[in-house]
Design a protein around this ligand. Structure first.
Ligand SMILES: Nc1ncnc2c1ncn2[C@@H]1O[C@H](COP(=O)(O)OP(=O)(O)OP(=O)(O)O)[C@@H](O)[C@H]1O
Length: 317
């Protein structure tokens, strides 16, 4: 695998709906990122942030109003014929004929796909083999989502676009889908995923970007994005002791502290140093820190902080 090899590139992408000026709306505003071969890139954001609008530009379903998109070295809109056979797309709403069975739907799709997987293999990948003869209209929402994924995988694509692939899936089906996505990535498939499930991005993504009002407001590996936010230590102050009795908090690396009804929360970027100082103090004083809980920030906390900050500063819609 050559990591210098960019398979998907968004450069200053813009997408406007409607006319220029106040009557139109620019849903994608100067979005740039690269996805390298074999990487899984997750695009996150609040509702209406512009994720689907961006992904559709990369899928070649619409022409950008500014900037450029490249997929496998081609313009996905102007050079659709070169790109389409090598990509798989799972849209937010597949819109299948309701009367066909799952197997008939895959068979129909296979007719327009070169080098298609056998129908039962495609259904087996998404664990729908037991539902092959059920009509689409009788499948549950989650089963339809999985049928959609089977169709996206049918042509063994090099690049896979997954727009909210696990929305509506129960926890077991979600984890099964994660395993499948991991397997595809291990086989070298490059994957661009949008999701509202932050634990999904945390579990799967090599790189991610958080969008807000059409712009990328944070990006990096999950660890880098999370690492920009402080870890937290919580505990109850022992009876008869006060925060002022602790060693100077600044010397322990504490950035902020709060105390409510005897429960203390310390924020730090140096979790180990702060925690060690605190535990040494407790041992020295022979006291117990009840309810002690120390954790790094989660992607969810980072996301909420980013979305909150962006909402306050981004009144430019
Ligand atoms: N065809 C359209 N015409 C006008 N505005 C549109 C159109 N499609 C999307 N929009 C607007 O563009 C913005 C971005 O929409 P988009 O669907 O890309 O967001 P998203 O991040 O995928 O949202 P969600 O998480 O809710 O799926 C929204 O404000 C939406 O209302």
């Amino acid at each position: 695998m050559n990591h210098g090899d960019s398979v998907i590139t968004a450069s200053g992408l813009r997408r406007r709906y409607g006319p220029a000026g106040d009557k139109g709306y620019e849903a994608v505003r100067d979005v740039s990122f690269d996805v390298r071969r074999g990487e899984l890139f997750a695009l996150l954001g609040t509702n209406g942030a512009g994720k689907t609008s961006t992904v559709e530009l990369l899928e070649g379903l619409a022409r950008p109003t500014g900037g450029s998109a490249r997929v496998l070295g081609h313009d996905p809109y102007a050079e659709r014929r070169a790109v389409r056979p090598r990509i798989g797309m799972m849209l937010q709403d597949g819109g299948f004929p309701a009367e066909l069975t799952a197997a008939e739907t895959v068979t129909m799709w296979a007719g327009c796909t070169s080098g298609a997987r056998p129908v039962d293999e495609a259904l087996g990948l998404v664990r729908l083999d037991g539902r092959r003869d059920v009509r689409v209209k009788q499948l549950s929402g989650g089963e339809r989502r999985r049928l959609d994924l089977a169709l996206a995988l049918l042509g063994r694509p090099e690049v896979l676009f997954l727009d909210e692939p696990t929305t509506g899936l129960d926890p077991e089906a979600r984890h099964t889908t994660w395993e499948l996505v991991r397997q595809l990535r291990a086989e070298g498939t490059t994957i661009l995923l949008t999701t509202h499930y932050l634990e999904e991005a945390e579990a799967l993504a090599d790189q991610l970007a958080i969008m807000h009002r059409g712009r990328i407001v944070a990006s990096g590996t999950p660890g880098e994005v999370i690492g920009a936010y402080p870890a937290r230590i919580r505990f109850a102050m022992p009876d008869g002791w006060f925060v002022g009795d602790l060693p100077p908090l600044g010397e322990l690396g504490v950035l902020r502290h709060e105390e409510t009804d005897g429960r203390v929360e310390l924020q730090t970027r140096e979790l180990q140093r702060t925690l060690t100082g605190l535990l040494l103090w407790a041992r020295d004083k022979d006291v117990e820190l009840e309810g002690l809980d120390a954790r790094t920030a989660s992607l969810e906390e980072a996301f909420l902080a980013i979305a909150g900050t962006a909402a306050e500063s981004g009144r430019d819609a």
